[in-house]
Every structure is written in C-alpha cells, then in structure tokens.
Design a protein around this ligand. Structure first.
Ligand code: UDP
Ligand code: MG
Length: 301
C-alpha cells in the first residue's frame, strides 16, 4: 500500500482537484490519502471531511495551531500505514501523475526517491546550494524537491527523530539509505498562494543551518582569533608610540575601533543566540504538533 501525505494550509480550493487527480493517477493500486490541515483559516478541514465521508481511503487530521508544513508532514508520516509514503503538497504544483515514476524506482530498490525540480526561484536555489555543501546533504537535488517517496524503513527511521527545528527534506537526505532521483515536472499553482513568506524562508534557512552544521560557530572561532591577534598587535603599536612620548590622538580612530569590535561581538552573539534558543527549545521536548480533530473519530458531522 502507498500512503500519500499532504500538508494543507488554506487549500480548500485545491483539495478536490488533487483528490480527483490522485484517484485517476493511482487507479488499480492500493493507496490511502492522509491530509493534514495545518490549522487553516478557510474550510480546508470540512472539504477533507466531505471527501473522507465518501471514501474510506481518505484520512484527515487537523492540527491545533499552524505549525508549518514540516510539522504537518511529520503528523502525516506518523499516521501513514503504507509500505511507502509519498509526500505531496496540496497545490498541484507537483503533479500526481509523476507518482508512477517514483513508484517504479522504489520497486527497483530505492528507499528514498526525490522528484527533482527543474527550475526554482533564486531564493530556493541559494538555499539548496548552501545545503548541498553540508556533508551528507549532497544528494538533495540542486533546484529543490517537489515531491518525494520514502520506504517504510525510512518512515520508521524518521519517526525516531523528534527534533523540531529542522528541515524534513534535509533530515531525510542526511539519514542515508538508498536514494534515487527522478526528473520532476512542475505546474503553476492554480488556487491560493504560496505560504512561504520571506520570514518563513529565513527561519527555515537558519533552522537548516543550525540543525546540520556548526560552520557558523567555527567561523566565529576564526574571526575571534583574527580580531584578537590584530587587536593585540595594534595595541602593542599604540603602547610603544605612547612610551616614546608621541601618543596618537584621535576620537575618530577610537570610534572606529569601538564600533567595529562592538559590531563583530554583536554578530557573534546573534549566531550563539540562534543555536542557544533552539537548544533550549528542543530540550523542552514539546510535541511537534497537536491534533485538534480527525476524520477518524466519527464526530465529523
Ligand atoms: N503548508 C502548510 N503549512 C504552512 C504553509 C504551507 O501545511 O504553514 C502546506 C501547503 O498547503 C502546501 C505545502 O505546505 O500543501 C507547500 O506549501 P506551498 O505550496 O505554499 O510552498 P511552495 O510550493 O512555495 O514550496
Ligand atoms: Mg507549492
């Protein structure tokens, strides 16, 4: 059985179309559809309930608050019962008709199959360029991933990771297993708009960096040593001048030093702070998501 996992945030208009196309693309296969409503403000959940009432393959969960698509995907994977799961956005940008290609690779033995995007906006290209430099993440497609399929073994492995501040794609790439990539196709979003504001993109970038690399902290070390060395050398130079009776005067030079050193220190505190609050947040071990309602409870009317 194949589980299709779909995170949905304000996707009421897209879901019926996606359901119809999934049904057509997966005809003859055994499958289930797990739709996780990421606390949408529109009637996404009632659409899911309506579809689930007529089709027992469809299971809906509504999260208690908007947690972002990654938490919604985690919820979907936690409830998936298939031998493999395909994670697919609700907006039909990555057409369900690609699923047979992914399934073929899976049947050939791949445990993780990425449908690589062919083109991507500049921000995501920069993101993937950076992430692919991290050891272990070089299997991520350069223009990003539209849709991916993972084997039961990978679903089980994924469930052991309880971290919140991470990228699911990067985590799955990092986990290893037998990975394969197929060329994906993309269509334009027909309804609604992308939920990725610049703020969310920056948050994902910082999450991904802090989750997979300590490079920023290592850079702080180098910068710290370099600044200290330069500072001590210049201090020696100033002291020798003063002893020789020719102290250098200057408000301007003093201000430059104070501001530059102050700025470097502030930047380093920012880096430390980003790691530190995530460490504190993860140490609380809060659940990744809370379920407000499901179509399974029989209270859907
Ligand atoms: N999504 C979500 N929670 C959010 C934002 C988005 O569950 O807070 C879902 C959204 O409904 C879609 C998927 O995540 O199914 C991908 O989102 P989107 O299409 O906005 O992202 P993009 O295609 O721009 O990467
Ligand atoms: Mg999209």
């Amino acid at each position: 059985m194949l589980s299709i996992v779909t995170p949905a945030y304000n996707e009421a208009a897209s879901l019926p179309a996606l359901y119809a196309r999934l049904t057509a693309a997966l005809a003859g296969l055994e499958w289930e559809w797990i739709v996780v409503d990421d606390h949408s403000a529109d009637d996404t959940f009632s659409r899911i309930q309506a579809i689930a009432r007529n089709d027992s393959k469809v299971h809906g969960y509504r999260l208690a608050r908007n947690c972002g698509s990654h938490a919604a995907i985690a919820c979907g994977l936690d409830h998936a019962r298939g031998n493999a799961a395909a994670v697919m956005a609700a907006d039909l940008q990555d057409p369900p008709e690609m699923l047979p290609d992914l399934l073929a690779r899976w049947k050939d033995g791949a445990q993780v199959v990425w449908a690589a995007r062919q083109r991507a906006p500049k921000t995501s290209r920069v993101y993937y360029l950076l992430m692919r430099r991290v050891p272990g993440l070089d299997t991520m497609p350069p223009a990003g991933v539209g849709l991916f399929l993972i084997d039961r073994a990978v679903i089980e492995a994924f469930r052991q990771f309880r971290e919140q501040h991470t990228s699911i794609l990067a985590l799955i790439a990092w986990m290893g297993f037998r990975q394969a990539t197929v060329a994906g196709r993309q269509e334009a979003r027909q309804h609604g708009h992308s939920g990725w504001t610049l703020r969310k993109k920056v948050a994902l970038l910082v999450d991904s960096v802090t989750a997979f690399t300590y490079t920023p902290i290592r850079l702080m070390t180098y910068l710290g040593f370099a600044t200290a060395l330069l500072g001590f050398l210049y201090a020696g130079f100033v002291i020798i001048h003063a002893i020789r009776g020719a102290p250098m005067a200057g408000w301007a030079s003093l201000m430059v030093v104070v501001l530059v050193i102050g700025g470097i220190q502030m930047l380093m505190m920012v880096v430390l702070g980003e790691y530190l609050w995530r460490a504190l947040d993860e140490s609380r071990r809060r659940p990744r998501y809370l379920i407000e309602d499901t179509t399974e409870r029989g209270n859907t009317d």
